[in-house]
Design a protein around this ligand. Structure first.
Ligand code: ATP
Length: 607
């Protein structure tokens, strides 16, 4: 799991806990109100019962004067009496309007010889509970409501709930494979953090911000942690998307809190992942956009506010640098920008080595050949492949991870899980076999395309079958011929279906989508259309600027894309028509065996 994911997960956990506390409080409040209601109903019922047994004050006086009263029991501080009448079993209750006046009446009766036994009882604690309860109830409800409101605000407001702080990250540059130039550049930052004085005394200004650009999973978070680890300073991290949540106006306050904390822990690293979430270009719109602007403004204010004594270095990561507000890139803010590329073959092998440190690999495993097969993969994907291979090896009860387990893991990560249990009809099998054989044969005849590694008609992920090619060496440029031939190879599947089955299927939809995108880019981005010429028709945000060359440019682009696709489709059919025997033979072999490896495939070509 990536560190960022862990950070998000721990935040989610914290939010969950806060929410459950709030729910508990609401439940308590509901219980409190329910208990009160029950008590009121209970008391009312008791009262109704007692009413039947109550002696009116005038009747009581009469009974006393008629010498019918034997005993009276009074409770201190109460106007309710228990009255025992002569020759009546049941005790009666009476309420007196005034204790003082009543006492005088009894005394006068005693003087006249009407002896009434008068007892006085202290009030029982139990009897006092309801009255205490009712007098405290409003306060309790008010208190509970206050806590509830406070908690609800806290859910959004408490910055510390959202950021993660690691006093020492334990990650070092040793844990990062490849990226030698990038590490070299960042070593300077480590020096700044370790000995800021050395630089400031010389009059140098310590950089405040470093922006790391790179695809997801290329190791940006890892590098930021390694800088903190190497310099042995705290690492405070937060994701840009967490600044902008729930309550309006909180983004800015979270930024403030994040930097307050950083000031306390300085020297330290502040890492903001997905900075594009707050750092995207400011607009003058309302609502969420304004909230974004406030958060970004606060970030700029904080960064401008560091003094040279406060050694805080802000590292931020993004995979969409084109989205960022230019103000962020001004001197004194994120004035250093480092691109973190996907690893090359040497880097991939090193990453594989690092992540296989704690795994049992069998002797036949060659990390070099896996690195060869995984051009374009990021560090996170490579780490994932090794993890998947360990899971596959465990499931298959191997004593160590074999080369086959790793191959399977690569396929699982690239094409998806093999679906051996899915039942395929004979008709679909035939269609898939011709489709895949079409791809494989066509690409075999195209000089710029790489060799076929495996052809399969076993469903994997969402694909009904697949043709795997050997990986290309790391390339930085792709030629027009190579792109045109890629289109031919992509349309080989559809061409085979049409020629053999005289029908076409939905199986080619992904090929068509990929081919159309390549053709569009050739025409609009890479200037490979002779009619349009070397002109880029996409702006920096990826929108088409068709009007750039006049009103009918949209039509011209469409025609050029169509020409590329049509030519490629014709060429694919032509190659297959010239090799129909091969197409039938390979498709039959696929129907029989379901999978053909490189060697078996090459045999058809007498290689
Ligand atoms: P995101 O943009 O998704 O946040 P990221 O670029 O920050 O991704 P990390 O989270 O740093 O990527 O990388 C994910 C994982 O990939 C790391 O924890 C590490 O296991 C592995 N990894 C990536 N690059 C490297 C590398 N150069 N060396 C070793 N491991 C790497």
């Amino acid at each position: 799991m990536s560190k960022d994911k862990k950070h998000q997960d721990s935040n989610k956990q914290k939010k969950k806990e806060e929410t459950s506390k709030l729910i508990l409080l609401i439940i308590l409040l509901v219980v409190l109100i329910a208990v009160t209601a029950i008590l009121i109903i209970y008391q009312q019922k008791n009262k109704d019962k007692e009413d039947e047994n109550v002696l009116a004050y005038t009747e009581l006086i009469k009974e006393i004067q008629n010498k019918n009263v034997e005993e009276i029991e009074m409770t201190v501080g109460s106007t309710t009496l228990k009255v025992k009448l002569k020759e009546v079993e049941e005790e009666k209750k009476a309420i007196i309007p005034n204790t003082q006046v009543f006492m005088e009446l009894i005394q006068n009766q005693a003087l006249e010889g009407n002896e009434i036994k008068l007892t006085q009882k202290p009030q029982s604690i139990l009897a006092q509970i309801p009255s205490y309860f009712f007098s405290l109830l409003p306060t309790a409800i008010m208190l509970a409501l206050f806590i509830m409101i406070f908690k609800m605000q806290g859910l959004g407001e408490k910055g510390q709930v959202y950021e993660d702080t690691e006093r020492s990250t334990k990650v070092t540059f040793e844990d990062i494979a490849g990226l030698d130039e990038e590490k070299e550049e960042l070593k300077e930052i480590v020096e700044f953090l370790k000995q800021p004085k050395q630089f400031t005394e010389m009059g140098a200004k310590i950089p405040k911000g470093v922006l790391l650009y790179g695809k997801p999973g290329t190791g940006k978070t890892l590098i930021a942690k390694a800088i903190a680890g190497e310099a042995n300073v705290p690492f405070i991290s937060m994701s840009g998307s967490e600044f902008i949540e729930m309550f309006a106006g909180l983004g800015a306050s979270r930024v403030r809190k994040l930097f307050d904390k950083a000031r306390k822990l300085s020297p330290c690293i502040v890492f903001i992942d997905e900075i594009d979430a707050i750092g995207s270009r400011r607009t003058s719109n309302n609502g969420a956009e304004t909230e974004n602007n406030q958060t970004l403004n606060q970030l700029l204010v904080e960064m401008d506010g560091f003094s040279s004594e406060e050694t805080i270095i802000v590292l931020a990561a993004t995979n969409r640098p084109e989205m960022l507000d230019k103000a962020l890139l001004r001197p004194g803010r994120f004035d250093r920008q480092i691109t973190i590329p996907s690893p090359d073959i040497v880097g991939r092998e090193e990453i594989l080595k690092i992540h296989s440190r704690d795994k049992k690999l069998s002797e036949d495993v060659s990390l070099h050949s896996i690195a060869e097969d995984t051009a374009g993969f990021t560090g996170a994907e490579l780490a994932n492949i090794l993890n998947e291979s360990a899971i596959i090896a465990t499931k298959k009860q191997h004593s160590a991870i074999t080369s086959d387990d790793l191959d399977e893991a690569v396929k699982k990560v690239t094409v998806g899980l093999e679906k051996t249990s899915r039942k395929t009809s004979d008709k679909d099998k035939k269609l898939t076999a011709y489709h895949e054989a079409g791809h494989a044969i066509v690409s075999q005849f195209l000089p710029t395309q790489t060799a076929v590694k495996e052809v399969s008609i076993v469903p994997r992920g969402v694909a009904g079958g697949y043709t795997m090619y050997k990986s290309n060496e790391d390339k930085y440029f792709i030629s027009r011929t190579e792109m045109e031939e890629k289109l031919v190879a992509l349309l080989g599947g559809r061409a085979a279906e049409k020629l053999v089955l005289n029908d076409i299927s939905t199986g080619a939809s992904n090929d068509i989508e990929v081919a159309t995108n390549i053709a569009k880019d050739m025409v609009t981005v890479y200037g490979m259309s002779d009619i349009i010429g070397p002109i880029c028709l996409k702006d920096s945000e990826g929108n088409f600027e068709y009007q750039l060359l006049g009103n009918n440019m949209e039509d011209v682009v469409g025609q050029e894309v169509k020409k590329l696709i049509d030519t490629a489709y014709q060429k694919a059919q032509q190659i297959l028509l010239q090799n129909m025997n091969l197409l039938h033979a390979i498709a039959s072999e696929l129907i029989a065996k379901e999978k053909i490896n490189e060697e078996e495939f090459n045999k058809f070509f007498n290689m």
